[in-house]
Design a protein around this ligand. Structure first.
Ligand SMILES: [Zn+2]
Length: 273
């Protein structure tokens, strides 16, 4: 997987624009984002990188090996995805996909346009409950809804405009591979800003609550993660929000979305919004 580190990245830099990728929801995430690369380009890159990575996993006999595990993960995702309409009108139409990959790392991710993976290391080492798995996947889905990878790629593109112009002499095929590598690289390996992590935490608990998963499970989950963090901390722990402030924020926001969880559990319409 480390082979995806981009060495030479080529972008079609289409000028900078400020966008708001999501609606606020109950948790009220609200921040203008600077984008220099189109969603279409980034999503195509994600699609390509994801297909390559899953083919590679298949070749190593590391793809979806445990049918019960896969069914469990798919079921959770299928409950979370309909809740994305709270934040974006287009997201339920995305080509959502999730696979369980046999890798020992405690990790999960969602690439742009809903291409997800959960590693067996996360499921086994943390012995996750369904509520906890929903917390992880809700967090990762939130990164995709907020188009954080596109934002990160945009930041790279802005600083590499010279390379982009030179790179334009290459054919479309090569261009596509460069973007695919860059999207995979930022999604899997590049730390996200503190602000991005906080946004994903808050949107994540709301997605979980609306899907009928106890949002308070996020708190215990991150505490478990901190314990196994050890030598190779997962991406979401390697970035800024200090552990204590993150836990405090999660507790506050889990509390805020509890009525949504209770409404989902009782089968009624979601309270408030
Ligand atoms: Zn994250």
């Amino acid at each position: 997987m480390r082979a995806f580190t981009a060495v030479f990245v080529v972008f079609l830099v289409a000028g900078c624009q400020s966008v708001e990728t999501t609606k606020g929801g109950t948790v009220g995430v609200d921040r203008q984002q600077r984008m220099a690369v189109s969603s279409e380009e980034v999503n195509a890159g994600a699609q390509k990188a994801y297909a390559q990575m899953m083919a590679e996993a298949q070749k190593k006999n590391a793809l979806d090996r445990d049918a019960a595990q896969v069914a469990r993960v798919k079921n959770i995702v299928s409950r979370l995805v309909p809740q994305t309409t709270t934040f974006r009108d287009d997201a339920t139409k995305w080509p959502w996909e999730v696979h369980v990959v046999s890798i020992d790392d405690v990790n999960a991710w969602c690439m742009p346009h809903g291409k997800m993976a959960v590693y067996t290391g996360l499921i086994q080492k943390l012995n996750v409950t369904d509520d906890e798995l929903a917390a992880v996947m809700g967090h990762e889905i939130a990164h995709a809804l907020r188009e954080h990878s596109r934002e990160q790629v945009s930041q790279q593109a802005i600083t590499q405009t010279g390379i982009g112009i030179v790179g334009a002499i290459f054919g479309v095929g090569q261009l596509g591979q460069g973007v695919a590598n860059a999207v995979a690289d930022v999604t899997l390996f590049k730390p996200k800003s503190r602000g991005m992590e906080t946004e994903a935490d808050r949107i994540g608990v709301e997605l979980a609550a609306r899907a009928g998963y106890d949002p308070r499970a996020a708190v215990g989950l991150w505490q478990k993660m901190a314990k196994v963090g050890g030598g190779q901390p997962p991406q979401w722990l390697s970035t800024h929000p200090s552990h204590e402030s993150r836990i405090a924020d999660l507790q506050a926001y889990a509390e805020r979305v509890m009525p949504l969880y209770q409404a989902a559990k009782s089968g009624g319409a979601a309270a408030g919004r």
